[in-house]
Ligand binder design. Structure first.
Ligand code: AP5
Length: 188
C-alpha cells in the first residue's frame, strides 16, 4: 500500500496515518515527526529546522527532499508507505513523483482529509501544550501557509486521478472506517 495523506494542520493526517500504517503493515513516514526528532536531539540539522517549525513556515523544498526521499524509495523493500506531511508543495510533489516513478513506488492514492477551518482551530487549540507550534498565532499561520502552498496539490492530484476525498470531521474511528473501506478497494 502506497498512500499520501493530504490535509490542513489538525485534519488528522498523523492520527489516521498511523492507523493506516498499522493496518496495512507499511511504514508511517511523517516529515513533521522526523523534523521534530532532529530538533529534540539538538543536532546541527535540528537547529536549522527549528526556526521554520517554530514559526510555522515551510522547510525549504531542497532540504525536505534530501531528508525524505530515501525513505520513500525504500518503499519497495518495505512493502509501501504512508506519507504524512509530504509532499507539501507542487515542486515537492513533482520531484517525489519523478523519483518514485524511477523506483517503481508511485503513490496509489492521495487521501485528502477535509475538515472545516473552525474545527481545525479547535483541535489544535485542544492539543494545547502538546506542540510548540500549536499556539493560536502560529497555528493560524500554519493554516495560511497550507492554503497558499499546499492546497494547490488538491488540483495537482485530482488531475492525476488518484485523489480520494474523506470527510475527516466525524470521530476518529468513523474516519478510519471510511478510509479503510476506500483503501481495501484498492488492495495492496
Ligand atoms: P506536521 O507535523 O506535518 O504538522 P501539520 O501538517 O501542521 O499537521 P498536524 O500534525 O498539526 O495535524 P495532522 O493533520 O497530522 O493531525 P493530527 O492527527 O496530529 O508539520 C509541522 C511543521 O514541519 C510544518 O509547519 C513545517 O514547518 C514542517 N514541515 C513538515 N513537513 C514539511 C514539508 N513536506 N515541507 C516543508 N515543511 C514541512 O490531529 C491533530 C489533533 O486533532 C490531535 O490532537 C488529534 O488527536 C485530534 N484529532 C485528529 N482527528 C480527530 C477527529 N476525527 N476528531 C477529533 N479530534 C481529532
Amino acid at each position: 500500500m502506497r498512500v499520501i495523506m493530504l490535509g490542513p494542520p489538525g485534519s488528522g493526517k498523523g492520527t489516521q496515518g498511523e492507523r493506516i500504517a498499522s493496518r496495512y503493515g507499511v511504514p508511517h513516514i511523517s516529515s513533521g515527526e522526523l523534523f521534530r526528532e532532529e530538533v529534540a536531539h539538538q543536532t546541527e540539522l535540528g537547529k536549522t529546522l527549528s526556526g521554520y517549525l517554530d514559526a510555522g513556515d515551510l522547510v525549504p523544498d531542497d532540504l525536505v527532499l534530501s531528508l525524505i526521499m530515501d525513505r520513500v524509495t525504500a518503499a519497495e523493500a518495505d512493502g509501501g508507505y504512508v506519507l504524512d506531511g509530504f509532499p507539501r508543495t507542487v515542486p515537492q510533489a513533482q520531484a517525489a513523483a519523478k523519483i518514485a516513478r524511477e523506483a517503481n513506488v508511485t503513490a496509489q492514492a492521495v487521501l485528502y482529509l477535509e475538515v472545516p477551518a473552525e474545527v481545525l482551530s479547535a483541535r489544535l487549540a485542544a492539543r494545547g501544550e502538546g506542540r510548540a507550534d500549536d499556539t493560536a498565532r502560529v497555528a493560524l499561520h500554519r493554516l495560511e501557509v497550507y492554503t497558499q502552498h499546499t492546497q494547490p496539490l488538491i488540483d495537482y492530484y485530482t488531475q492525476r486521478g488518484i485523489i480520494m476525498r474523506v470527510d475527516a470531521s466525524p470521530p476518529v474511528d468513523e474516519v478510519s472506517a471510511e478510509i479503510f473501506a476506500a483503501l481495501d478497494r484498492i488492495g495492496s
